[in-house]
Design a protein around this ligand. Structure first.
Ligand SMILES: NC(=O)N[C@@H](CC(=O)O)C(=O)O
Ligand SMILES: [Zn+2]
Ligand SMILES: [Zn+2]
Length: 358
């Protein structure tokens, strides 16, 4: 990363970074896909596309068709590459996963515990049901991406990630010691500690929002549906653990926004959907966090290097620029009939994104 100095003031006024990738994205389908695809494509060269459509993406054929719809929705000028994933179910055939991976259609498989989050009713009810698939994935070096929460009604919602580590993840790691696993959108100090203590084949993504808000933000002066996502934001001590992990320089932690758009009407409801739409100012939000932590020198590795190295993919050679300029996040984005509230709506951020070298 080069941080150029303004020759007159001597201020560091811009950051030039290797173009980043987003290792956890929900682009949806149909009109929503059309509305959101370019927010991701503009900032990121590649993105791991989550398969939780209705119905979920469980075949290579469905993934290829979805990839084509994404390519059609994204502006060609952004040169964006979607990396497709397969949604694991109790009955998924290991052969389908193998063929899809060998053919270069599937980059990874996603484990949703049944009913853990948005569109996960077809998820896995017992991890034992997917052991044949995990066996094949371990053999092929195909990453398993995990929504790490138990769903038992008797477990407090704020404990679901920590209990998942004890009850499920520890077992999977023991039984498949060489399986590459990405613990997605980690939210607790327990998850950070687990990843740190595990081998090089275990990594985690960290979202922009879990680095900026704790659970108070969901209840600040009233119920704040746009701060509701899963896993739900935790106590301040957990947020601080995430900030330390993201800015530590450890190759085990990398950028994954978990941008998860839902129309405003679906969020501002008696039973509002889980998900934060953060794609429009994702890199600006991470930059604010890294700057606050005095770690702007670690941003490029987190955003653009640790992810591809873990996945075994080449680093991007294109560059993007962040300029030290104020940018106000709009209150609403998207078409009039499907408005979206972006993360940090109404707030001012100190770095502005430019594609290419500005
Ligand atoms: N993160 C969320 O709150 N929601 C995601 C699903 C997920 O990543 O768990 C969604 O698809 O809406
Ligand atoms: Zn999830
Ligand atoms: Zn997600």
């Amino acid at each position: 990363m080069t941080q150029s100095k303004d020759p007159i003031s001597g201020d560091a006024d811009r950051l030039v970074l290797r173009r980043p990738d987003d290792w956890h994205v929900h682009l949806r389908d149909g009109a929503m896909l059309e509305a959101v695809a370019n927010y991701t494509a503009r900032q990121f060269a590649r993105a791991i596309i989550m398969p939780n459509l209705a119905p979920p993406v469980t075949t290579a054929e469905a993934a290829e068709a979805y990839r084509a719809r994404i390519m059609a929705a994204a502006d060609e000028a952004y040169d964006f590459t979607p990396l497709m994933t397969c949604y694991l179910t109790d009955t998924l055939d290991a052969g389908e996963v193998e063929r899809g991976f060998e053919a270069g259609v599937f980059t990874a498989c996603k484990l949703y515990p049944a009913n853990a989050t948005t569109n996960s009713s077809h998820g896995v009810t017992d991890i034992a049901n997917i052991y044949p698939v995990l066996e094949a994935m371990q053999r092929m070096g195909m990453p398993l991406l995990v929504h790490g929460e138990v769903t038992d009604k008797d477990i407090d919602i704020f404990d679901r990630e920590a209990v998942f580590i004890e009850r499920v993840l520890t077992k999977v790691v023991r039984d498949f010691p060489d399986l590459k696993i990405v613990f997605e959108h980690v939210t607790t100090d327990e998850a950070v500690a687990f990843v740190m203590a595990s081998g090089a084949n275990i990594a985690a993504t960290i979202t922009p929002h879990h680095l900026r808000i704790n659970r108070n933000a969901i209840f600040e002066g009233g119920l704040r549906p746009h701060h509701y996502c899963l896993p739900v934001a935790k106590r301040e001590k957990h947020r601080l653990a995430l900030r330390r992990a993201a800015t530590s320089g450890s190759p085990k932690f990398f950028l994954g926004t978990d941008t998860a758009p839902h129309a405003e009407a679906a969020k501002e409801s008696a039973c509002g959907c889980a998900g934060i739409f953060n794609a429009p100012f994702a890199l600006e939000s991470y930059a604010a966090t890294f700057e606050e932590e005095g770690a702007l020198d670690k941003l490029e590795a987190f955003a653009s290097e640790h992810g591809p190295r873990f996945y075994g993919l080449p680093l991007n050679s294109a560059k993007v620029t962040l300029k030290k300029e104020e940018v106000v996040v709009p209150d609403h984005l998207g078409p009039a009939d499907a408005r979206l509230t972006p993360f940090l709506a109404g707030q001012t951020l100190g770095w502005k994104f430019f594609g290419g070298e500005a």
